[in-house]
Design a protein around this ligand. Sequence first.
Ligand code: ZN
Length: 917
Amino acid sequence: MKSFILRKMLGMVATLAFFCLGFESAHAGDARLGKMKADRILILGNSMTTCGSNQWGLSASTADKDYAHLLAKSIDEVTGGSLVLEQTSPAPDRWYDGNPLPNYNGNVINVADIFERNYKTWDNARIKNQLEWKADIVVLQFGENVPMNDFDTEAFAVAMNKLVAELKLSSNPQIFIVSHVLGRNPAIDDIKKQIVAEDPGHRIYVDLTQIHEDSSNMGQYSHPNDKGMKLMAEGIFKAMEMHAAETGTSQRYNYARPFEPLTRPAFISLPPGAVEPAGWLRDWCLAARDGYTGHMDEYDDAFKHAWASDYQMTGERLLWYKGAWPYEGGGYWFDGLARLGYALHDDALIQMAKRRLYAVADHTNANGIFFLWWLDRNNPDDRNAVAAALDGWPVWACGLLGRAMVGYYAGSGDKHVLDSLETVYGADPDCLREITGSMSNLWPAFDTYTWTGNKSIADALDAMFDEKRAGLTPILNRYRTAPDLKPGTEVENQHVVAFLENTTPWAVGYLWTGDSGYLEAALGWHELIERVAMQPYGVPVSDEWYGPTGAFRGSETCDVAGYVWSQAALLAVSGEGHMADRLERAFFNAGPATVSRDFKTHIYFQSPNRFADGSPNFPHGPMAGGGSYKPKHSPLCCTAALNRIVPYYVTNMWMATYDNGLAATCYGPCKVTALAADRVPVEITCKTDYPFNETINMSVKPAKEAAFPLLLHIPAWCKNPELSINGSVVSVQQNAKGFVCVNRSWKPGDTVRLYFPMTALVKTGRDDSQYGPYTGEHKPTMVKVPKEGSTQGPPYATVSYGPLLFSLAIPDTKDANTPEPSARWAFALDVQNPDITVERRAMPSRWDWPLDSPLKLTVNATAIDWTPAPALPKLPNSPVTKQKEASEKITLIPYGCTKFRISMFPVTANTEASGSH
Ligand SMILES: [Zn+2]
């Protein structure tokens, strides 16, 4: 029908004026839209662009009311230029196979016959004149006349690619590719989006599919009337303005997403696989692969059920403890599995992840409830069952799977999985709002938007950040704004898994709306938990709610994973170096404590001090058994979540920057392979045993000499960092966010040496935690932002060296749950005169967090009489008076190398000092 009308119109063409090619008349000035040159515009379209005898777009009432003229006018108004629009000449229906090439003059051309209906034989020579003319801006508005009865996806993609590639070669213009306007055609629009995704710096997809949905926008021949034309012009112009604001014509961003909003994150995550672990870090990754991550199905049947196509819970069984748990567990596990697979370039792991994710992607449909594809969102029973299952808990679990899918897609580019994400998050513009107790889907929905530009996802994100819209639970809504950090402020605490999942994603609000308040909120709540609840190993008290720092308080393994994920995400958005410091601190300390050395048993809770198995008796989860290393714990959450810890660190050690540089955010032995400068492949090898030594040697190998900035994070604990480039010392000038920027032309063989001298730091504080099982109930309590120099609770001291926390190890020579009975651990740290010395040895040939650590500290301590009760252990209430004869040196090793240890020590008092009290 449509095709018939277009042909009819074309048949009416009369030869009007014959515009000679020339364009000499074209303004050759220096008009710019933002950084974008705007002197020459080329529009290749169909009848909406120019049609027949009228020589303007169908169905505008006059020439100056079609979208092309309105668009040119809008551009000129901003730039002060005068774009020339010359219509197709000769008229487009003259094209036939034997026609001599090129066909046309002019810069506003109807390609309905030469491209749309004959894309299979498209020849760039047909626009030879236009290519030679060298446009600054190109608008491609066509697709409606492509015959869909025998549509050849591949041939159409080839023709489109040929066209844009040739345009790029001729003048590298900014190309605006307009969606289907007359109705929707995903088959064609998907190809357009794909083409945009390949060069987001120069290609922009303009979604105008909504115009036809309002019949008042449509006129004769079901083509846009004056009102519709105006909307087309406005839509394209808005896309131009947005793009102009963010892009210089010579600039493109190697890792930017094709549809990202105007507000950019500070860093762009590299796809999983860009960073490969080496040295000790690779050994640990291999242990993860050979332990849990590659073998989860062997640990519990729940992992076989996880998102398996024949495991479909409905009704009451959507409660996690009645059958739905595998949805959470699967999300956690697949997230770690895919990312570890790419980090290690291990095809077996990648295939395993693919198989499991395909089981969902194969079935995803717009009627499902998120990834719960067997449910029907139009069925009130299904909706109610999901909502009734602990305030939409199954939807929360879907967000974890969404993150796994995003990680897998980022590594693979596998469109089947992206389609699944788009179906799930694009099905319902209310989806992010609808379940009001969870934010876990926000980030994967946002990621999916940046890859697809899906309008419905955009609407869902708009709704999520629309403050006027009610619906979020108060507990969630309070994280929208930053907390009061004033000492003494009281805050209602939360379960820490929920806290992390519900605070961190507000940072997406900053990217989506540009309102920095959202980022400040996310960072503010993390600052609050840092002040209120941080444990010395770098993860807050979470047993399972947060509360004051305590020597025998626990941190759930789920929260080690959740904290690592949160800091990596906030680091990318904010670019704040102290997030990188927190990421390193959690990963190097709390990370290894979660699992045994062979990565085959794990704990549910860790605590700074552990001197006996079954101690302390934690208030939640597996209670007293939560500190034991076992193949699995009940509930299985931590067994699944621990798979994320190692790959999240590795994949976030390097990030890309928006000036096409690379940023070293966290350190450790690795190799990064990524694009920098103008898409030059660069390989950077980091040779180091960091954090077990202080030097990082990088060798930089660009495929050819290339100028790009290299950002290097300077850890906040390091007071005198040194940097050398090719053997010459360079002064270290950090920016406000804790990074040094080395902007130079890099040649293969260039070297960077970082030296981060570590100093031992003794930190004292008060343990104001509650001891023992306090309520055991899942309910909030009030916690206070501590006051400086508070004297509440027993005093303690910790020792750190660089990013590492140090502990007095109680050897676990028999197994991880049996402390050496003869070990002495009742000591008070001599905080008045610690006199710390450092001992180093070579790294072992294979790394497994050994007791025989390559890095040891000795420190002065005093043996004390301290025999805490295992079920309810406490630190001594006051400092212990020093006695000269009892003073001795004790040896400390990294916290991560211990399974039993003291790391929050009782402290000594000087005789004089204690007398003065
Ligand atoms: Zn857990």
